[in-house]
Design a protein around this ligand. Structure first.
Ligand code: NAG
Ligand code: NAG
Ligand code: NAG
Ligand code: NAG
Ligand code: NAG
Ligand code: NAG
Length: 624
């Protein structure tokens, strides 16, 4: 038997040996030209994870879609994202060069999808696209783009539409076709406030799913830190290299690593590197001076932090509710096991959310906002204090800015029952009775009314949607994530790209003046009411084309005087006439919230009062 290790493998080993301090892996692919190919991306059969194939050609990386190939322009392994350059226009026309194969289409069984960070314009559309849920009106952002790129072929193609990707169908494809739109442009993390000339080059950001342990046939396929064994989660007799005891699969690095106990002893920390450099240069004196300055700075920061902590605890406790506590970065790191990937509950436009267990056993959710500055901290403080007041039972308050992490952290009570969206779409939808739904609607409306009318200054949520409404074990609603979008928009123009609302919930007037007001929250809340009433998704491409947008769909039924046809049949079943009347009443209230013109929509206070009234009717019935 001849076992010749392929050349690239040896190369990789050498490269990795040169850098690795903690752990060693043979699985990372060699650089492509000068571009590193992070795990699990694979450019060859003997490295990376074969599910994550990309191509290295003449020193450049390419991504193969189902029918096409696109250059990869950047890769961010720590957040599992890569950006590809979309197909160019054909010559001087407004036709995409991938039009013949219907645009960008990903293999939906491969572990890549298109992220919600992409703002996409469909260009050179035919008129029949106009009744889609996309915004194809003459003041949509794609017209700003066309106007800003005079000379491009698209100036003469007046029909275009704008939307954000990442919905259920746009997760895998950006479709162009002869009978629809003939070209597209996509921009990653687009800051709508910038003039077109300062927009980034076009790109489509893709996300990859974190890989599980690599497959193996024999122990020889695994390294010394793992053992080849059958995968209990897969039926087909697949074996994988499972990490030996004491070690843990690190899907980002693609190796078995010791759990990191000491934050300063683990590869990622820079202090070691900096110290090494200084010693290397041999300027010992400088090191002493720097150490001294660091020490002074550290002391100053610590004093400042202690002061802030005290002040914050005072403010937090002032508002009533359960007493709040401010945590240090150390405590939070410990609670979340050093932000271990195992504790990652999810990642959204505003940052990542980790599950944590405090020393007293309280389970919390810790949110790392994607903000690099401390200026936002006081606003964060505001938001969380209000969270405490709205929810009365809030267990924990907030950590201000953790200097070590340079990120503001929010600590929320960990709400175990998932979001309203999960509960409306999962198999548990039958558990949400009409009374539950009314009380969820009421609690949410009250929370929002509080933000609008009692907070000083008023806070607009800006992203009201069923996935931002958390349900506790008693199915009581808690509004989350409010005000964060404003935070993200204050002064960090380079990160101020977070979604301004979500497709399907977004106030149509936003496109007229790019302003979100309290009435925008009312609009989005109207959509949530419809979800409660219908158990349907705000945007669902499985509905007939004209009905994809839930708001449009229900408004049509209302015009046809068939509002009850929209109500979830499971809810209607066995309901009394009076209950059916309250459903109808909530439906009309929702439609009122969805009024095209802001001034015609009720205020959040009025909405909350109306729901209270509807509840009083519904409960009057039960006491009969
Ligand atoms: C728009 O697409 C059509 C093909 O359907 C093409 O004939 C036309 O030239 C395109 N418009 C522009 C401005 O390129
Ligand atoms: C794209 O690929 C799919 C699957 O391989 C194939 O069925 C389809 O015909 C291709 N489309 C075009 C336009 O080439
Ligand atoms: C899509 O991916 C699956 C699994 O990776 C593969 O079996 C299949 O052939 C791919 N389909 C296309 C059209 O590339
Ligand atoms: C188009 O751009 C010009 C400047 O290039 C600007 O004056 C004009 O207002 C823009 N029109 C629209 C509709 O945005
Ligand atoms: C894309 O993939 C990620 C990772 O599996 C997943 O969390 C996300 O929901 C997917 N997005 C869509 C729109 O399917
Ligand atoms: C698109 O924006 C325009 C202008 O603000 C608005 O009138 C229209 O209702 C919006 N359409 C959709 C589908 O959101």
């Amino acid at each position: 038997m001849t076992l010749t290790a392929p050349k690239p493998l040896l190369l990789t080993a050498a490269v990795v040996l040169a850098y690795a301090v903690c752990a060693l892996s043979l699985k990372v692919c060699p650089n492509c030209g000068s571009t590193p190919v992070p795990y699990p991306l694979s450019t060859a059969p003997d490295c990376g994870d074969q599910l994550y194939k990309i191509r290295c050609n003449a020193g450049s990386l390419f991504f193969d879609s189902v029918n096409n190939t696109y250059p990869i322009t950047s890769i961010s392994p720590s957040i599992q994202r890569l950006t590809i350059s979309p197909a160019p226009f054909l010559g001087n026309t407004c036709i995409a060069s991938d039009l013949p194969s219907n645009g960008l289409q990903l293999n939906s069984s491969a572990p890549f999808n298109i992220t919600g960070s992409n703002t996409i314009f469909y260009l050179n559309c035919s008129a029949n696209i106009m009744n889609s849920p996309l915004n194809c009106t003459s003041n949509s952002l794609c017209h700003v783009y066309i106007n800003g790129t005079a000379g491009s072929g698209c100036v003469d193609a007046p029909l275009c539409c704008a939307f954000r990707a990442g919905g259920s169908t746009t997760a895998y494809r950006i479709r162009v076709r002869d009978s629809g739109c003939k070209a597209y442009r996509s921009f990653v993390n687009l800051d709508y406030g910038l003039p077109v000339s300062r927009w980034p080059p076009p790109g489509v950001e893709l996300l990859w799913v974190l890989p599980i342990e690599p497959t193996c046939r024999t122990q020889g396929d695994c390294d010394s830190k793992s053992t080849c064994g059958p995968d209990p989660n897969s039926a087909g007799g697949v074996s994988r290299c499972f990490c030996n005891s004491g070690l843990q699969w690190d899907p980002v690095a693609g190796l078995c690593a010791t759990e990191c106990k000491d934050p300063d002893g683990c590869g990622k920390d820079r202090t070691g590197l900096i110290a090494g450099l200084i010693v290397g240069i041999g300027v010992a004196l400088l090191a002493v001076l720097i150490a001294f300055l660091f020490y002074k700075r550290h002391q100053r920061i610590k004093r400042e932090q202690d002061r802030l902590t005290r002040e914050r605890e005072e403010i937090l406790n002032y508002g009533g509710g359960k007493s709040a506590k401010v945590f240090t970065g150390k405590q939070i790191k410990k609670a979340t096991n050093y932000f271990s990937k195992d504790n990652l509950l999810g990642a959204g436009g505003y940052g990542e959310v980790y599950k944590g267990i405090l020393e007293d056993g309280t389970v919390v959710a810790v949110k790392c906002a994607k903000l690099g500055n401390t200026k936002g901290t006081d606003q964060v403080l505001n938001e969380v204090r209000i969270l405490c007041q709205v929810n009365h039972k809030c267990l924990v308050g907030l950590l201000g800015c953790c200097v070590e992490l340079e990120q503001p952290l929010l600590v929320y009570e960990y709400v175990s029952n998932g979001t309203l969206l999960d509960n409306l779409q999962g198999g548990t939808r039958g558990l949400l009775s009409w009374n539950h739904r009314l009380s969820i609607a009421h609690a949410t409306a009250e929370g929002l009314a509080y933000l609008h009318f009692s907070a000083v200054p008023p806070i607009y949520h800006r992203d009201v949607k069923s996935s931002n409404i958390l349900l506790d074990e008693k199915l009581k609603a808690k509004v989350s994530d409010f005000g964060l979008s404003r935070l993200a928009h204050t002064d960090l123009s380079h990160v101020s790209t977070c979604a301004q609302g979500t497709l399907g919930y977004l106030d149509p007037e936003y496109y007229r003046n790019y302003q979100l007001t309290d009435k925008s929250d009312v609009y989005s809340f109207g959509v949530v009411l419809l979800e409660l009433l219908t158990s349907q998704k705000a945007i669902d491409f499985n509905r007939p084309q004209d009905d994809v947008n839930l708001a449009v769909y229900v408004q049509r039924l209302v015009e046809e005087e068939r509002i009850m046809d929209a109500v979830d049949p499971m809810l209607k079943e066995g309901s009394s006439t009076l209950e059916l009347e309250t459903m109808k009443a909530l439906g009309f209230l929702a439609v009122g919230c969805l009024e095209e013109r802001r001034q015609n929509r009720p205020s959040m206070k009025e909405v909350a009062e109306e729901i209270e009234y509807i509840i009083s009717i519904a409960t009057a019935k039960t006491t009969d």
